[in-house]
Design a protein around this ligand. Sequence first.
Ligand code: AMP
Length: 173
Amino acid sequence: MDLKTLIRDVPNFPKEGIIFKDITTLLKNPDGLADALKELYNLAKDKSVDKVVGIESRGFILGGALAEKLGVGFVPIRKPGKLPAETLSETYSLEYGTDTIEIHKDAISPGEKVLLHDDLLATGGTMKAASNLVEKLGGKVVQISFIIELDFLNGRDLLKDYDVHSLIHYSAE
Ligand code: AMP
């Protein structure tokens, strides 16, 4: 199945000039959902993953399903102030300003093999910050997976130390 045909482009969302890649049209399609999950599972199944870490909020959907399929636990990385127990934070730069993400301090044990998942790789800043959080807790990032990668933003360059996979690529805007 060509998963790309199930992605909807929404121009000028959330702001002027951005073409938002909407995965809800893939998620609502039962074959698309099953195929995407199967592909992510096949990429990860031999990596001896101990935990899947998903990034708020679209990274929770297939990240959670993938964790269950791999038979491992799921850990959320969230926006500030959302996680109830003690957290570790990482702040990273955006085009204008900064953003912060958080993880529970006891979410990962030292030495655990972690798969990081999000819906989309753009500049890579979010995922780089997420990998920093996992590594600060002593986790080892064994794979990073995305549904979509915007190749023309070169986010992969920030993640060059990792095994990075995306199911769908866009080579130009
Ligand atoms: P970045 O840190 O630049 O790689 O941005 C990745 C995060 O922003 C992901 O959590 C995406 O969900 C979101 N994102 C960035 N650009 C887009 C886009 N064009 N369409 C949908 N989501 C996007």
